[in-house]
Design a protein around this ligand. Structure first.
Ligand SMILES: *Cc1c(COP(=O)(O)O)cnc(C)c1O
Length: 366
């Protein structure tokens, strides 16, 4: 936490605004929309809820196909199932690790040929690295299929100086405990489309029609963010620039410390791409290890109390999605088999990062 989160939460108590609305909610939403550069943001109780509403309000229905990046966290695709639609997965390209525009176009052509109705495309800016938005927007336009940007990991990332979350018909953010800023749990839907924004406000608060009695003509959800959580978010927005700087410094320190080792590579920013470096990720050539695999290295670091994690297990490999179609080029499978997320928390000191670097170096064949 920064310095002011507690103050804004106490304000909520002292003014008795303990509800899923109130001044902190309004303020937080204004901060978000101004920061990302969109007409409006609606704060919600999770990123998953934001994605569910985006899909549902953009007309994703039973039996539709939604194309989705395979290399991501499962919450990018779960809401497709909530809508009764069919997730169809698309592999990544190697420059950003995000959805491959060429393969996406091939998937669209193929699905259309099979007579499928494709209602949306879920693009993810994984680990904070922006996806290739220019190419993706051209495809979205060409086929008239809207993009939803999953920017849950990418608050503060930009593509050609424009914020992730501002390109699609809708963008979503997450403020879960593990993200670059947190409200303990929360999310937001971002859009330039005022009609989508007002529909989101309406259905996220139980779809109460304006009438003296409780009148509902639509299905509602209880998805709003509380004024207490929004108070935390309000304070977190003040420290977001520092957090980004810190995460980027952690990335630079790992890179400088490990770059010389033969068989290690980092995810570089292509020209015009700016990543918040939510997590520092690294890909290894396993032939360079003392013991064989990435899992051996992970376990070795664990014995030293250094927690690393495999990269996201692609969704086409997940048992829950095993019957879904996948357009494959092998990239996400290879990343999963050879990559690791290194300790990247904003509270890690330079000397801790240095000790992680030292241990990884020891593991390499010299
Ligand atoms: C965290 C995350 C989500 C879900 O956000 P919650 O707020 O935890 O529901 C969705 N997509 C990605 C890529 C995420 O990392």
């Amino acid at each position: 936490m920064g310095d002011n989160e507690k103050k804004y939460v106490e304000e909520a108590f002292s003014t008795n605004w303990i509800a899923p609305l109130g001044p902190n909610v309004d303020f937080f939403e204004k901060q978000l929309s101004e920061y990302v550069g969109v007409n409006a943001a609606v704060s919600l109780n999770s990123g998953t809820a934001a994605l569910h509403l985006a899909l549902s309000l953009m007309g994703v229905n039973q039996g539709d196909v939604v194309l989705c990046q395979s290399f991501t966290f499962a919450a990018s695709a779960f809401p497709i199932l909530y809508c009764g639609a069919e997730p169809v997965f698309v592999d990544s390209e190697s420059d950003t690790w995000n959805i491959d525009p060429m393969l996406l176009e091939h998937a669209i052509e193929d699905q259309l040929q099979k007579g499928k109705k494709i209602t949306a495309i879920v693009v993810v800016h994984l680990y904070g690295m922006p996806a290739k938005m220019n190419e993706l927007l051209v495809i979205s336009e060409k086929y008239g299929i809207p993009i939803i940007e999953d920017a849950a990991e990418a608050l503060g990332s930009t593509y050609n100086n424009r914020a992730c979350g501002s390109f699609g018909k809708a963008g979503i953010l997450s403020f879960n405990g593990n993200k670059i800023i947190t409200t303990s749990g929360g999310g937001a839907l971002l859009s330039n489309d005022n009609s989508l924004i007002s529909k989101t406000r309406h259905v996220s608060a139980q779809a109460k029609d304006p009438a003296p009695c409780y009148l509902h003509t639509q299905v509602g959800y209880n998805y709003r963010l509380s004024n207490i959580s929004a108070g935390i978010g309000r304070g977190q927005m003040e420290v977001l620039p520092e957090r980004i700087e810190k995460r980027r410094a952690i990335f630079e320190q790992y890179k400088q410390g490990l770059e010389g080792l033969d068989g290690i590579s980092f995810l570089e920013e292509p020209n015009g791409f700016f990543s918040n470096r939510w997590l520092t990720t690294i890909v290894f050539d396993e032939n360079k290890f003392k013991l064989g695999t990435i899992e051996d290295l992970r376990q070795y670091l664990e014995t030293l109390n250094i927690e690393t994690r495999p990269l996201w297990k692609p969704l086409h490999q997940q048992p829950v999605f095993i019957n879904c179609q996948m357009y494959k080029n092998g990239i996400s499978d290879r990343l999963f088999a050879t990559g690791l997320c290194l300790p990247s928390g904003s509270n890690l000191s330079e000397s801790i990062i240095e000790s992680v670097i030292t241990e990884i170096k020891k593991y390499f064949v010299t």
